[in-house]
Design a protein around this ligand. Structure first.
Ligand SMILES: NC(=O)c1ccc[n+]([C@@H]2O[C@H](COP(=O)([O-])OP(=O)(O)OC[C@H]3O[C@@H](n4cnc5c(N)ncnc54)[C@H](OP(=O)(O)O)[C@@H]3O)[C@@H](O)[C@H]2O)c1
Ligand SMILES: *[C@@H]1O[C@H](CO)[C@@H](O)[C@H](O)[C@H]1NC(C)=O
Ligand SMILES: *[C@@H]1O[C@H](CO)[C@@H](O)[C@H](O)[C@H]1NC(C)=O
Length: 336
């Protein structure tokens, strides 16, 4: 007999079951993670091919990944917007590792314009006849940052959509046919936890949406091309201390070494994970954060995230506006 006003037994059983299954899944994920850390890393060159194409290799994650791939003996096709930065990166790589490099100046925000089409042609020519085993679609931007959708400058978010989503797609389309022909290859598309680990990313809506595209795009390609010997993957990191994270955020607790990682540390783990699953979060600290977030109800996370970005915005308003990283909307009072 149940006392009036108390919950029925089956409810407790159900909750225990849900809790048990959730805990089991999280533990399995962690076990898989640890197993991968202990295994010897794959020989990427033997498995996929001698060359890798890396977009956005002149700073942050892309630069560290390019260096790590060179350390593993892969030749590199480096694609970025600025010729001088590219030259510096290429020289640094070749001074440290005995690999070949090719560079390609390409403003990815111009894809699907005549100038962008011309750059795509140069990319196809640059990889023609090369044994490209790996594509790292890393270039990305997060500007406008912390802006309400209605405030954000259309030009700015259009550029972001072009770089984060459209260019990533076109570059994949240029590289994949060769992989299909050779029957082997791997693609790493850089997504973000803003669309995978969290239910929303308010005031960064377009950024998170472009990253959701990256995740869905990668997952479907993963299914499409697995039987053709091509491993497509989306990596969805939490905070990595790079230029994309505005300076003003640098001394915050969530960018402390405990929660965020350096680009070099991230890259070491990222390269190890290539070819292991459709979506992943290579850094252990990031993975743990994700497991923790997964047990918080989404509505509660939505609320926390909104408070968090609003506070951040209030604190950083002046600085971000000066670097043009936020919208300069008219109803600031309403939107705070
Ligand atoms: N840092 C994080 O916390 C974090 C978290 C999740 C996901 N991500 C993702 O990781 C990727 C790398 O970001 P990051 O943190 O390393 O930032 P970053 O240091 O700003 O690096 C971005 C790279 O992309 C290049 N790039 C930007 N716009 C371009 C364009 N129009 N044409 C060609 N190249 C362009 C940049 O070139 P220039 O240097 O010449 O401008 C730079 O090499 C991005 O896709 C980002 O969304 C980062
Ligand atoms: C994760 O990042 C932290 C901080 O940069 C680093 O110390 C650690 O080695 C990384 N762990 C893995 C497994 O990548
Ligand atoms: C603010 O908006 C005006 C008009 O829309 C625009 O001309 C200006 O460049 C913007 N400034 C910044 C910093 O975004």
């Amino acid at each position: 007999m149940r006392m009036p006003g108390t919950a029925p037994e089956w409810l407790f059983l159900l909750l225990a079951l849900v809790g048990g299954v959730t805990a089991a899944v999280s533990s399995l994920r962690l076990l898989r993670y640890l197993a991968l850390c202990l295994r010897r890393p794959r020989d990427l060159r033997r498995r996929y091919g001698a060359w890798a194409v890396v977009t956005g290799p002149t700073s942050g994650i892309g630069r560290s990944v390019a260096l790590e791939l060179a350390r593993r003996g892969l030749n590199l096709v480096l694609l970025d917007i600025d010729a001088a930065n590219l030259r510096e990166t290429s020289d640094t790589i070749r001074s440290r590792h005995a690999v070949k490099t090719r560079t390609l100046v390409f403003d990815l925000s111009l894809v699907a314009t005549p100038q962008g089409d011309e750059s795509m042609r140069r990319l196809r020519a640059a990889i023609d006849g090369l044994d490209v085993g790996l594509l790292v679609n890393n270039a990305g931007m997060a500007n406008p940052f912390l802006a309400y959708f209605h405030e954000a400058d259309v030009e700015a978010w259009l550029r972001m959509v072009r770089v984060n989503l459209w260019a990533l797609t076109e570059v994949a389309a240029a590289v994949l046919p060769g992989m299909v022909e050779r029957g082997r290859g791997a693609v790493l598309n850089m997504g973000s936890a803003s669309s995978e680990g969290m239910p929303s990313f308010p005031l960064n809506t377009i950024y998170a949406s472009t990253k959701k595209y990256v995740a869905v795009f990668s997952r479907s390609l993963y299914v499409e091309y697995r039987s053709k010997g091509i491993d497509v993957q989306c990596q969805a990191p939490m905070f990595v201390a790079t230029r994309i994270v505005p300076n003003i955020l640098r001394d915050k607790w969530y960018l402390s070494p405990l929660l965020s990682t350096t680009a070099d540390a991230y890259a070491r783990a990222a390269v190890r994970w290539i070819g292991h699953g459709a979506i992943c979060n290579p850094n252990l600290s990031h993975q743990l954060q994700r497991c923790l977030l997964a047990i918080v109800p989404e509505a509660a996370l939505d609320w926390c995230l909104l408070q968090f970005v609003r506070r951040l915005r209030a604190e950083s308003r002046g600085v971000l506006a000066r670097v043009g990283a936020v919208g300069n909307g008219t109803d600031r009072k309403n939107s705070m």
